[in-house]
Ligand binder design. Sequence first.
Ligand code: GLC
Length: 734
Amino acid sequence: MKKKIPSLLFALIWGVSLPVFSQLPVYLDDTKPVEERIDDALSQMTLEEKIAMCHAQSKFSTPGCPRLGIPEIWMSDGPHGVRMEFVWDDWRHAHWTNDSCTAYPALTCLAATFNPELAYRYGKALGEEARYRGKDIILGPGVNIYRTPLSGRNFEYMGEDPYLSSIMVVPYIQGVQENGVAACVKHFVLNNQEKYRNAINVEVSDRALNEIYLPAFRAAVERAGVWAVMGSYNKYKGSYCSHNDTLINKILKGDWKFDGVMLTDWGSAHDTDEAARNGLDLEMGTWTNGLTWGLSSTYDQYYLARPFLEKIKRGELSETLLDEKIRRILRLCFRTNMNRQRPYGRKLTEEHTAIARKVAEEGIVLLKNEKEFFPIAPGRYKKIAVIGENAVKKLTEGGGSSELKARREISPLQGLIEKYGEENIVYSMGYASGAPDYSRELPSGFDADSLVRCAVEVAKNADVVLFFGGLNKNFRQDCEGDDRESMDLPYGQNELLDKILQVNSNVGVVLISGNAVSMPWLKAVKGLMQSWYLGSEAGVATARVISGEVSPSGKLPFSIPCKLEDNSAHYFGLESYPGDGENVYYHDDILVGYRWHDTRHIDPLFPFGYGLSYTRFEYGDTRTDKVAYDICDTVRVEVEIANVGRMDGAETVQVYVSQKNPSLPRPVKELKGFRKFFLRKGEKKWVTLEVPVQDFAFYDDRQSRWVVEPDSYQLQIATSSRDIKQAVEVRVNP
Ligand code: GLC
């Protein structure tokens, strides 16, 4: 009979031998510090393996290191949902059958909720879907500032105010990255127009750069710990942003201590030496023949591919530059696809649908409500005319890289039929656009005159008209790659509305867009909502708000000017927007959006931060915890607010700060705090907001640093940038 080895002796042998035989290399060992793992992996990689890792191998992936078992990195757009799959090496969809997604509302809608908790839940849900789809980087959020109402990509961003964008971007990124997926904040920086985007050089003051255009990126890095940043196409002070020494080496990686990966936009790299020296870590989407469209599968021609390798071999560029890039890429791997602890993700769940709907209904902004036109309770009218192509058009398609293959997209018409019953709804398209296209407006195939005639007939015979208009994701609308050519509604909508109003005065308008539009019919309509690209749950959310199931609580994340020339970017002529194709000068400087309107006393049609409710809020006393503060203090503001209306509802209290005697010109007010809260009808409560005195600072370009000056400051408690309810004065001590 075999002699049994005493169990203690067996355990001893096993225990001792285990580490010897199954010694994991350090870089694969999760128990080791990440920096040790990086050193270990780097020390084992050849020059060619390192070169391969810092540029694309396909449209949306980069190679890992097969020999060492370091995985490839897979990425996908975009900010509002996980985009469909593409063929390996060009812009054709792969037409897989497992790549549909939940389409979340556009980020302008998320910003309009003024609800950071929703931003976290949004990011968490998006990151879950990205993880499930095997993506290590989701190419979003976009936080470029809304400077002109014409920019084709404003719908992807979070509005005109740097503070609002900074507060909303942080929880979004944290939510995404909890899934072990890197968020990639974009487009760093000054991508505030699509016209001439590939090479326009932006000339902007240091103050405007720091006070308006950088804050949201800085918050993403310093407060959210974002793992990736995407460079923009344009130039800053003559150098491409994607390999710009000042922006990347000095500000992003120096001042802000960004430890993640700096990657290009697709095709935004233009030079090997600059890319190598100026902090670019990962090159994607380069037009490999350097002239027009990319030759297929010529990734070796990328700037950070063979040209980089040869310059290192010739001693013209140091291998240390390459090692620093690989360190960052490896760190991203250890945070994502080499992190064994990360969850597995989920997609298309009921929770995902619920958050898409919640953001949509909290983002809709009620702008006008004469004689309680809204809400329209079911049964109030027998015949509701729904008119306009935007009541039915699929708006998750088109628009550029944020396009989605939504598993479902409930249109406003579907939502209204569901809510009111088919027998009470009559629809007419009224106007029509072509299918989305990125280089031209395709014909719609409809006869415009007959669409108008039908719509007017339907309106004439209805009790009430709901007009669904606005923009869409077509060329030179809300679409990447170019800008709109005016603020006017397209496709003859203004004329159509005039004809409808001649036969029925009981009209409400729902605008769906990512930008401000002109509204010549505003006085004539009874109700107006600013809605957004709401994604999968568009119709459900729209119907819940219109019917009064939910009281609207959205606030405008951008100003709506009376006319284009009232906007800061358009006030200074073509040089200020869109520039001459070479340069654009931001003459509006630090006065963007309400900062412009309020400092220059130019009344907007609707102000930043504005939004009505079905109920009414009354502001009572306001108090602060002290009168005089030191720079390291935080001002604690308490505001008494009552819901005196007939419905439950949510309000967003805003705090604007105004310095009394600044040593440099400042806007008359700057948003430095907001808080959204829910109040039942009849409920009253004290709402507390905290504003760090550090946030009173401005960027002093004489000293190249932020300063808070001892002075008096007025804190304006407001329900919009123009509607100040209370004001309190505080002092900052020397
Ligand atoms: C596009 C966009 C960018 C997107 C990338 C990949 O040009 O500018 O936002 O993430 O290419 O599609």
